[in-house]
Write a new protein. Structure first.
Lengths: 382, 409
């Protein structure tokens, strides 16, 4: 497992970087925030991303994708993290397509995956039901009635929930909340009867929604995977998404750090550049070290996803390494981003605050540092 | 590719035939082979293994065959390392000649100097020590005052060094000396090589808080050194000194790498891994019952994994596999990790990790205590943590240097 990028991967990263810098700079995010965009992302930019093939990056060729691997998708997400460019890449591709790939049958995959690649279909995935990520604590029920299931319950923090065309929802067909057995996955139309979708306004100005399912009746064909055995596929897809989100966080962390170092060289007080003060130098050097570890954790995790010999447990372990490490470091670096910029860092006019806001949402999303340390310990039998 | 696979096959076959049985068992500290004129081999197979490996040049796999090295490409060296790991083979020779002096000697030495010293390093015949720190020159190493005055075709060396690792066991020293007192401190330093048996050299061990004495004070009293033993140019020793420090940092950063499966590596005992020790000493069965410790151990292990991947990435990124600008970061982080490791071992073991001697403690428990104490030096030796952070801030991040700003005013 090489820890350096191939030439093709470097080219992809460079082109993704210039695309984001030129076409999806942070001013776009500010604009979306100011106009209280209902969509939460810029449709024209999303169409360009589709043309660049980003949604199909990690999807198999037979489903219309480009098989460039998760490392490729991770590099793209990292660049979107640098400019805080929002798009359906996370909800629809990273979570949705991964879940279809892991759980769907051949018919579902060959019908839906190509639509994700060409942008016709936007998916959202509803797993959590409380303020904390906990994929086995599903209380939402699905009761079989003839050829239908009846779903009742609630979902929270559903990314892109209110703009998705279809939603995948985890519901319990047996067992108690907290048990990994008895969880089933269902594919719902956004407009289906009994489904209420309420957008939540989050601090990062992106899209999330709460769902209320009140006796939603759906055909048994809408089941993704087999009844009661959805957790394995769900957790595998979540691991892919956790690593993808860690990639995005890596981009943001590096951007904040770069801005910090530039400011330390530019800002003068007491007649010298403040970067000459050792109190700030050492904090900067420590952050640099932590970010180097972040780069390796993310690349190692992406490599693991692309390694055909890696087991589900390997992926789970690396997903928790990457998400725990990035959650920890992005908290530190985003806080230093404000502190080291001083008063100007507190102003809305200055962009650094956007990174702080996004960092906290990304930290919570799919498990924060303590969730993943706990999971890592469990995976290591202690 | 085919050639590499053939190399792997022949290496495996050679190891099968030549690696003695006891050399395929975990290393014990008393049997580490440092070489040298007075080398003692407690286990005779250690000597056999050293000689066989040295014959192939595989104690220094990538050094030029011309001087007795293995002459391997970096790909071949990687395969050799993998095959050695497959056999669980012990390191045949550990020395500062290999990890510190050799690389800079190959870079800066004359052909004659290389012919003289490199083969003896490879074969473990001469054991080297490092004459760097002085009583008044620690982090400000370049302020060193040990002086060397040219008299005819000899330098006369006077002064003293401190923290000279294993000076009492070493045969030769690579030593920083001041050869010009009239110029700025960095511009008057030279790099000398000389025999520790020379008249006027004396050493005195320093006992550490861990009870052991790996370091010495070293004194030079009118030591006469042939002028031909100057390495590099006169008064240009500082750049060699810094280059060597990069190699030293890379070596020390390896302390942060857990070897094998466990956190202390190489053993299957109760103190092999942190979680194993924590559960053993608490009487836990399936799950570590102290949630705070469990979280800290998980965080440590996650950082260890990310650090190991970073070391790998760093060596793959620098094409020659040599040290680069990240060596200071690796040194800093690796040493902090190692100190964290031992603090966690103490937490995991409770009072069993705090014994000093006697029959109430297992030998291994006592060893952990001593290793914990020894680990405190990690962020001091080879350049303190603070010096590494300074280097990262200035050389890697390009932040301004307050000292040079002040001197301009």
């Amino acid at each position: 497992m090489a820890m350096v990028l191939s030439e093709d991967q470097q080219l992809l990263r460079d082109s993704a970087r210039s695309f984001c810098q030129d076409n999806a700079p942070i001013s776009v995010m500010r604009h979306l925030r100011d106009e209280k965009s209902e969509l939460g992302y810029d449709e024209a930019i999303w169409q360009q991303m589709i043309e660049l093939g980003w949604p199909g990056m990690a999807i198999a060729e037979k489903y219309g994708g480009f098989e460039f691997g998760y490392t490729g998708l991770g590099l793209v997400l990292e660049e979107t993290g640098r400019t805080l460019a929002s798009s359906p890449l996370i909800a629809s591709v990273l979570l949705g397509a991964s879940l279809l790939t892991e759980a769907g049958n051949e018919e579902q995959k060959s019908q839906l995956l190509p639509q994700i690649v060409n942008g016709e279909l936007r998916l959202a995935v509803g797993v959590d039901e409380g303020p904390h990520h906990n994929p086995s604590r599903v209380a939402c029920t699905a009761i079989k009635q003839g050829a239908e299931y009846v779903l009742t319950g609630e979902k929270s923090f559903v990314l892109d929930g209110h703009i998705a065309d279809k939603l995948v929802v985890a519901a319990r067909t047996s067992g108690e909340p907290g048990s990994e057995n008895g969880i089933s996955l269902f594919l719902l139309e956004a407009g289906c009867q009994g489904l209420q979708i309420q957008r939540t306004q989050m601090v990062d100005s992106r899209n999330a929604a709460n769902l209320v399912l009140d006796q939603v009746r759906i055909s048994e064909d809408s089941l993704l995977g087999s009844e009661g055995a959805g957790f394995t596929a769900l957790d595998a897809a979540l691991d892919i998404a956790r690593i993808g989100v860690a990639s995005e966080m890596l981009g943001s962390v590096q951007e904040v750090f770069q801005r910090i170092v530039e400011y330390l060289k530019q800002r003068e007080q007491f007649g010298v550049q403040i970067g000459a003060f050792q109190a700030l130098q050492h904090r900067a050097a420590e952050m640099y070290s932590e970010i180097e570890l972040c780069k390796s954790a993310v690349l190692g995790a992406l490599r693991c996803l692309d390694d055909p010999s890696a087991t589900a447990k390997d992926r789970a372990r690396m997903a928790s390494v990457a998400k725990a490490k990035l959650s920890e470091v992005s908290e530190r670096v985003s806080n230093e981003g404000i502190q080291m910029h001083g008063g100007i860092g507190m102003t809305d006019e200055f962009d650094i605050g956007f990174f702080l806001k996004r960092a906290r949402v990304a930290q919570q999303f799919l498990g924060d540092a303590s969730f993943h340390r706990d999971r890592y310990a469990t995976l290591h039998n202690f | 590719m085919l050639a590499l696979e053939q190399f792997r096959d022949s290496t495996r076959a050679w190891l099968e035939e030549n690696c003695p049985p006891s050399m395929r068992t975990p290393m014990v500290p008393e049997e580490i082979v440092w070489g040298g004129r007075d080398a003692v081999f407690i286990n005779p197979e250690s000597k056999l293994w050293l000689d066989r490996m040295a014959e192939k040049g595989w104690t220094c796999p990538t050094w030029p065959a011309e001087y007795g090295g293995g002459g391997l490409s970096s790909e071949e060296a990687k395969i050799l390392a993998e095959e050695l790991a497959r056999f669980n083979a012990r390191i045949a020779l550990t020395s500062f000649g290999i990890s510190m002096l050799g690389p800079v000697l190959l870079e800066y030495g004359t052909h004659e100097q290389k012919m003289e010293h490199i083969p003896k390093i490879i074969r473990g015949e001469i054991r080297w020590c490092q004459g760097y720190s002085e009583p008044g020159s620690g982090s400000d190493l370049a302020s060193l005052g040990t002086k060397a005055i040219l008299e005819g075709d000899e330098y006369v060396v006077n002064g003293s060094k401190v923290w000279t690792s294993y000076a009492d066991k070493a045969d030769w020293i690579f030593c920083l000396v001041r050869t010009d007192f009239e110029v700025p401190k960095h511009s008057g330093i030279s790099f000398l090589l000389f025999d520790m048996k020379s008249e006027g050299v004396s050493t005195k061990p320093i006992q550490l808080i861990s009870g052991s004495s790996p370091f010495c004070e070293t004194f030079f009293d009118d030591v006469r050194v042939p002028a031909a033993n100057l390495m590099g140019r006169l008064n240009e020793g500082w750049s060699i000194a810094k280059r060597l420090l990069q190699h030293e940092r890379t070596m020390i950063s390896g302390f942060g790498l857990a070897s094998g499966q466990g956190d202390r590596g190489g053993t299957t005992s109760t103190t092999a891994s942190l979680e194993g020790a924590a559960m053993h000493y608490r009487g836990d069965k399936d799950r570590l019952t102290d949630p705070a410790l469990r979280d800290q151990i998980a965080q440590f292990k996650i950082d260890s994994e990310a650090f190991a991947l970073t070391s790998q990435r760093s060596s793959e990124e620098s094409k020659q596999g040599g040290p680069n600008a990240t060596s200071s970061m690796l040194k800093y982080y690796g040493c902090e990790l190692n100190k964290r490791r031992y603090e966690l071992f103490l937490k995991a073991m409770g009072s069993k990790g705090l014994g000093w001697g006697g029959d109430e403690f297992e030998a291994e428990e006592l060893q952990v205590t001593r290793e914990w104490l020894r680990s405190k030096a990690n962020s001091i030796e080879g350049g303190t943590a603070e010096v590494q952070l300074n280097i990262v801030a200035k050389r890697v991040l390009g932040l301004p240097d307050m000292l040079s700003l002040a001197s301009k005013k």
